[in-house]
Design a protein around this ligand. Structure first.
Ligand code: 6CM
Length: 258
């Protein structure tokens, strides 16, 4: 039908994400919103239950000791402040599979089971065996998203990646030698820009990224609590330091990606 003069042009609103027609979309959207709002909360003062277990420079890691059916499922919350990189860059290197073997030291094998859309992938990963427990594997969807910066409308947007366990018919749980783990992970990145006073162009010296990393991992089967807590205490700080150093190194000679 022809438009009459002065009549508003009917514009279909853009979809919130190209993944929004997929069977998993309602779950992805719900979990992403929930995880982002949980990750945005501070660790609070005494009484919040978060205990500091690792600290190195600007990096702080907290955990809450929790067990489910006798298995350690301690929620972890880490905060780190890194100069010279943006939240978009951090999420880019965390989400995209081509970089994962470079920084993920516990990884043995990774495949993309399904490309749901540009911002949503389904992965199967096997992780290195940790004595005396069985080897672990995991199937999860991974979704990355740009979020509006309500606090500073002129500042760069906030970026997130959420990983959450799911099922896949090609890789049923506990069918082979691996025990299936279940995880929910949220990486939330806020970027601050302090423009140079002399009006010079913004460089990597003027940008700072506040990273919040939250995870809950259920080991899925027997694993001695003391070994598991010792592994987490060693591996999480190693991961966050190595991963952020990797992003700094990858981006140092590239244009800033906001
Ligand atoms: O979030 C991280 N990595 C993502 C991309 O790989 C993704 C995957 C997380 C898998 C986390 C599994 C870690 C534990 C594996 C060993 C379990 C052994 C149990 C038996 C011990 C006695 O979200 C970074 C993950 C950093 C982990 C330290």
């Amino acid at each position: 039908e022809r438009l009459k003069c002065g009549q508003a042009i009917p514009i279909t609103p853009p979809p919130t994400s190209p993944a929004n027609s997929h069977r998993l979309w309602p779950e992805i959207d719900r979990v992403v919103k929930q995880e982002v709002s949980m990750a945005s909360l501070g660790v609070g003062e005494c009484g919040s239950g978060w205990q500091l277990f690792a600290e190195d420079g600007e990096m702080r890691m907290f955990r809450r000791e929790e067990e489910m059916d006798g298995m350690v499922v301690d929620p972890l919350k880490a905060v780190h402040v890194v100069k010279g990189i943006t939240g978009h860059e951090v999420c880019h290197y965390f989400f995209n599979p081509q970089y994962r073997y470079d920084w993920e030291t516990t990884l043995e094998h990774m495949i993309v089971l399904e490309t749901v859309s540009e911002d949503t992938l389904i992965f199967h990963q096997t992780h290195k065996r940790i004595w005396p427990a069985s080897q672990r594997d995991v199937v999860f969807w991974s979704h990355t998203r740009r979020l509006p910066n309500d606090q500073d409308r002129d500042g760069p947007d906030i970026w997130t990646v959420v990983n959450n366990s799911t099922e896949h018919p090609d890789h049923p749980a506990n069918a082979g030698k691996c025990v299936r783990i279940f995880l929910t992970v949220c990486l939330l990145c806020q970027t601050r820009v302090d423009p140079p006073k002399d009006g010079a162009p913004v460089s990597r010296d003027d940008i700072t990224c506040k990273i919040t990393y939250c995870s809950v991992v259920n080991p899925g089967g027997w694993a001695p609590a003391s070994v598991l807590r010792a592994v987490y205490k060693r591996e999480y700080p190693k991961f966050l330091k190595r991963f952020t150093a990797y992003v700094k190194n990858q981006t140092k000679d590239k244009p800033i990606m906001y």
